[in-house]
Design a protein. Structure first.
Length: 289
């Protein structure tokens, strides 16, 4: 309702200065299309987003077949999403040459990769287990060794469609072009989760998964900054506020642990210093805003 009324408000605001309507509709009339303050607050309330755990993603990867090149491409797609948290449009536009397996990173170069706000940055592979790294590394090497891929060829090529043996259209193998839209990526994710017997999670939820996983690692402030920067965030607060919503169940666990911590003793000097540094960054961010 909130989104629909917002669109209506914008439409009537535009209509108010169109010839033939100026004398009948005023700009203030568009304000009619508003929810009450109470309903608007309910609509904007933050709720737990469905986010897969790292264990679930690893289970999905183990459930994916690796018999054909198309199947290995699909598994490598999910593996790289888990390793980097790359957005869908970036995944569809990566080239073979953007990957550096030896150093373990992908170069998200906005000149050729469709990144958010055309931002260029380097993403090192997150430590999410050897399985994802093995699946993706094998795929990257296969493209170069078996399919003679060069640096400018798509990392995840589209499916080549043609006439099959029975006369109908069917998948023939790998094309030398990438996907034109993100629809194929979402469908691959959907089928992979269904095959694993798990609810579907959108590709973007892998970014949330990586932030939730970071919370379990007890990272230092410097490490958390590096983790945030690896996702393409200039400010670590973006990571906390946009992707760092702690699930309600985990919230309860942490609150109970606070009681256990009080019984065991006070915070260490290092923990107090880290907390003060974080509060300082929050205050500076508010002042800049």
């Amino acid at each position: 309702m909130l989104a629909t009324l917002r669109n209506l408000r914008e439409f009537f605001f535009w209509l108010a200065h169109q010839p033939g309507f100026k004398s009948h509709i005023g700009y203030s009339d568009a304000d009619y299309f508003n929810l009450s303050d109470k309903d608007a607050t309910v609509a904007r309330a933050r709720r737990d987003k469905p986010v897969p755990t790292l264990g679930q993603v690893q289970h999905v990867l183990r459930s994916m077949p690796l018999t054909t090149p198309l199947e290995r491409r699909d598994a490598a797609l999910l593996a790289l999403a888990a390793l980097t948290g790359a957005r869908v449009r970036a995944l569809t536009s990566f080239h073979h040459g953007h990957i550096n397996l030896r150093e373990g990173y992908v170069e998200q170069d906005a000149r050729t990769v469709q990144t958010k706000f055309a931002k260029s940055f380097r993403t090192y592979f997150f430590p999410v287990g050897d399985e994802a790294l093995t699946i993706f590394s094998d795929w990257h090497r296969e493209l170069e060794r078996d399919h003679l891929w060069g640096p400018a060829d798509p990392l995840f090529p589209a499916t080549e469609i043609g006439l099959g043996l029975e006369g109908g259209f069917s998948a023939l193998g790998l094309s030398r072009r990438g996907w034109a839209t993100s629809g194929s990526v979402r469908e691959i994710f959907k089928q992979a989760f269904e095959r694993a017997g798990l609810p579907y999670h959108k590709p973007h939820s892998f970014r949330d998964m990586l932030v939730h996983h970071a919370f379990t690692l007890n990272l230092s402030p410097e490490q958390m900054k590096a983790w945030s920067q690896n996702l393409g965030h200039a400010d670590v607060l973006t990571t906390f506020t946009s992707y760092g919503q702690i699930p309600t169940v985990r919230q309860g666990e942490l609150i109970r642990q606070c009681g256990d911590r009080r019984e065991k003793g006070a915070l260490t000097t290092a923990e107090i210093a880290a907390m003060k540094a974080f509060i300082g960054r929050v205050e500076q961010s508010h002042l800049r805003g």
